[in-house]
Structure formats: structure tokens, C-alpha cells
Write a protein that binds this ligand. Structure first.
Ligand SMILES: Cc1cc2nc3c(=O)[nH]c(=O)nc-3n(C[C@H](O)[C@H](O)[C@H](O)COP(=O)(O)OP(=O)(O)OC[C@H]3O[C@@H](n4cnc5c(N)ncnc54)[C@H](O)[C@@H]3O)c2cc1C
Length: 403
């Protein structure tokens, strides 16, 4: 999308990640929104940039989620896309649950965005302010342009807020988060490296470094926790969601989400691989909290509450993303100016259609108090798609009957 004239759209999606791309797909295909009436604001060089960068950094070969969780419409679309390749290539899917390879998943996303012309719908900017009224939403972009849309979907994930533990000083040159934008600070094999984290990302990065010939230190606040998925699959259906939706108190919903999430966990086969690397001596395992951090002429000394002292050349953080509400000052200002309801954790209180305001829907972390613990994942994008499409159809129907 180009040109300096103010843009008028039916739907504007803020965030071109997994969630934004899936919602755009659903609006175009299922709700029959003409593609040229939809825009996706995202500052990335291309759609899905954060997804591709973060997953590539970990070195993961397969997704954690099953093959029915993808960005297209039909549940079997990814299996169908694999088609003849299945005969050619081994490893397209991994057991259990037919988890797709990252390469296959990304090729499927690329084919989907190409077929729907979604790259042409990207507006390569940040959305800076978002002001709703009865008729629509005015969004001011980082290049000064303005978009006026009848409806907006806020689909900015947590990808812009990698979590840095409190004991790390800001901007220390020897410390990097593996999910920071443009991360490329891999150590050389003669450096001593400490990797921080105890979940699936830390597991992936640890095994990647070991495979590349490194011997590393790995510190986690807890023992290795094994879970197949990051929340129980019962959260994908009524087994758990029925009670969740009956709970009117959003602070209690937050407690349920926190308990349901297997934070800092890894699938069993990864747990076994990490343990094997520990017993071979490729990974030196430390369990505890860092209580002291000191810069010693370019090297870093840390002390843990378990009494370990370590001196390293580099620290890599694989500590995931901060749990605070995403969207930064734009969302803070929107909440204030439009008096939007929030729970005490700061997250939106939305209706069944994920509407935070008659003109604003949410997806991803922002939809968590309505969709539950799967909200951030691909499955959550699909759930959000169901609800937003149903609302879009209803409002098109109402417009048609109003003449
Ligand atoms: C390594 C890794 C592996 C994962 N594996 C799986 C898996 O196997 N299965 C699964 O279901 N889930 C998985 N997830 C979880 C989840 O599906 C991903 O994190 C996914 O990328 C989240 O998508 P998103 O669209 O919410 O956020 P993001 O990918 O962060 O995209 C949001 C986009 O919004 C943009 N944005 C933010 N603010 C603004 C603004 N103001 N204006 C314009 N644009 C803005 C950002 O630049 C970004 O491009 C994984 C996550 C990681 C990190």
C-alpha cells in the first residue's frame, strides 16, 4: 500500500504477526471483506517478521502445536498443502500430534499471504494513536499519515516486549535477549556463555548452541518441567472453557489463566535431550536465582542464591516475554481517552465478539480474559477469528437490511 492521501478502509488490523495475518485471512475469505478495503499496519519488512525471526533464532525444527493449528481457514489446509511433498521429504511432520516442520509451516504462510495478496495490504508503519468514535476509528501512523477505518483489530502481540530479569542492568553490552529485534549476538565457541531460562525457548537455544560445538552454562529458577503443550488441550474445547466463561470476575479469570499456563515448560523429548547434554557435560546446569551481577573489566561475574559463582563472557536471555499488557503508550492513551474497561491486571474486558469498543476488537494477549490461556497461540488466533468473523457478518447484515 502506498501513497500519501488519507486512507479510508473498512477494516484496519494493527499488527501483522500470526494473529493479524490469520484475522485478515478470515475477514477476506469468511466475512467477504474486499481485500482492498482492509489494511494491516506493521513496521516489519514483511508480514510475520517477528514470528520468523524468533522461531529462526531458537533453531526449532518443528512447532509445538499440531498441524490443524495454522493461519489458513480449513483445519486440514496445512496437511493438504504438504500434499506430494510428504512423499518427497522426511520430517514434514513430527510425532506426536503431527506437528508441522517450521519450514513447511512458513511455506504455507507464504503461499497464503501471496494468494490473498496480503503483502500488498501491509502499511509499513507503527500505529501511534488510535481514536474511536461512533462511526469508526482514526489511526495516526508513525510517518504522519492518517487511516480512517470503520473497524479496527488490535493484534499487537507481546513480541515487542522481551522479558529482561531485574538483576540485568539496562544496555549491558555483554547481555542480549535472543528475542530482541535484530538479534545476532551469537557467541564464538571460545567464549564462556551463560544462557538464562528454563522453558522451551531456552531448551531450543541450549540444544542449538551445543549442536554448534559450544559448551554452555544454563541457569533456570526451577528444575526442568515437562509438558507437551503450554496449556492443557482441554482449553481448546468446552472441558475447561465452559467454567471459565461462567466466571464473571475478571481477576479470578486471570488467576485461572496463570494457573493453567505451563510457563517455563518444555516437551518431554526436549527435556530428555537437555538432560543428556547435561550428563555429557555440554551443559552445566544451575538451578537458582541470580542475586549478584558485576562487570569485571569486560567479563561478567554472577552469584546465585544456591551459592554458585560464575564468570562468563556473555549472557543470553531466553526468558520469554513480559506479561504486562502489550501495546505500550498507544493502548494506555486509548484506555484513558475512550474510558475502556480493564481488569486490575490491566488487560481488556471485552464482550463475546472480542469487542473492547463498538469499533475495536482485540486478538492475542489482549483477548486473554475472554479466550483463556490459549489466546496468545495459533489456536487463540483461530478462536479470535471465529468470533470476529461472526461479528463482521452480523454488522454487514445489519448494514444491508438498513439499506
Ligand atoms: C519461538 C516461539 C515459538 C512458538 N511456537 C508456537 C507453536 O508451535 N504453536 C503456537 O500455537 N504458538 C507458538 N508460539 C506462540 C505464538 O503463536 C507466537 O508468539 C506468535 O508469533 C504470536 O503472534 P502475534 O501476532 O500475537 O504477535 P507477534 O508475532 O509479536 O506480531 C505482532 C506484530 O504487531 C506489531 N506491532 C506491535 N505494535 C504495533 C503498532 N503500534 N503498530 C503496528 N504494528 C505493531 C509487531 O511489530 C509485530 O510484528 C511461539 C512463540 C515463539 C516466540
Amino acid at each position: 500500500m502506498a501513497g500519501d492521501a488519507p486512507m479510508n478502509l473498512d477494516w484496519l488490523i494493527i499488527g501483522g504477526g500470526v494473529h493479524g495475518v490469520h484475522i485478515a485471512t478470515r475477514l477476506i475469505v469468511d466475512a467477504e471483506v474486499p481485500a482492498e478495503r482492509l489494511g494491516i499496519v506493521d513496521p516489519g519488512r514483511h508480514l510475520l517478521e517477528r514470528w520468523q525471526d524468533c522461531t529462526a533464532t531458537t533453531g526449532m525444527t518443528h512447532l509445538r502445536s499440531p498441524s490443524v493449528h495454522h493461519l489458513d481457514i480449513e483445519p486440514m489446509a496445512l496437511q493438504k498443502f504438504a500434499g506430494n511433498r510428504r512423499r518427497r521429504g522426511k520430517g514434514l511432520f513430527a510425532a506426536p500430534f503431527e506437528r508441522p516442520s517450521l519450514k513447511l509451516f512458513n511455506a504455507h504462510c507464504e503461499s497464503l499471504t501471496r494468494d490473498l495478496g496480503l503483502e500488498e495490504r501491509q502499511i509499513r508503519c507503527r500505529a501511534e494513536t488510535c481514536s474511536p468514535d461512533d462511526e469508526g476509528v482514526t489511526v495516526v501512523l508513525s510517518d504522519g499519515r492518517t487511516v480512517r477505518a470503520r473497524s479496527v483489530v488490535l493484534a499487537m502481540g507481546a513480541g515487542d516486549q522481551p522479558l529482561r530479569p531485574e538483576w540485568i542492568p539496562d544496555d549491558h553490552p555483554g547481555v542480549h535477549h535472543v528475542f530482541e529485534r535484530g538479534f545476532s549476538s551469537w557467541p564464538s565457541t571460545d567464549e564462556t556463555t551463560l544462557l538464562v531460562g528454563g522453558g522451551i525457548s531456552a531448551g531450543h537455544v541450549a540444544l542449538r548452541l551445543v549442536a554448534e560445538g559450544h559448551r554452555i552454562h544454563l541457569i533456570s529458577r526451577h528444575a526442568i518441567r515437562e509438558h507437551r503443550f503450554d496449556s492443557d488441550p482441554g482449553w481448546l474445547g468446552p472441558k475447561y472453557t465452559a467454567d471459565f466463561h461462567r466466571e464473571p470476575d475478571h481477576d479470578r479469570r486471570r488467576q485461572v489463566i496463570t494457573r493453567a499456563r505451563n510457563r517455563g515448560s518444555m516437551p518431554p523429548e526436549m527435556g530428555r535431550a537437555v538432560r543428556r547434554a547435561i550428563s555429557r557435560g555440554d551443559i552445566q546446569w544451575h538451578e537458582g536465582e541470580v542475586v549478584d551481577f558485576a562487570d569485571r573489566a569486560g567479563r561478567i561475574s554472577i552469584r546465585t542464591n544456591a551459592g554458585s559463582d560464575l564468570t562468563v563472557d556473555r549472557i543470553l536471555l531466553a526468558t520469554g516475554f513480559a506479561s504486562r499488557r502489550p501495546g505500550g503508550s498507544m493502548i494506555d492513551e486509548l484506555v484513558r481517552s475512550a474510558s475502556l474497561p480493564c481488569a486490575s491486571c490491566g488487560y481488556p474486558i471485552v464482550d463475546h465478539a472480542l469487542r473492547w469498543h463498538p469499533r475495536i476488537h482485540v486478538s492475542g494477549p489482549l483477548a486473554e480474559l475472554e479466550l483463556g490461556p490459549v489466546s496468545r497461540n495459533i489456536a487463540g488466533a483461530r478462536r479470535a477469528g471465529d468470533r470476529i468473523v461472526a461479528a463482521a457478518r452480523e454488522s454487514h447484515e445489519a448494514m444491508r437490511s438498513a439499506g
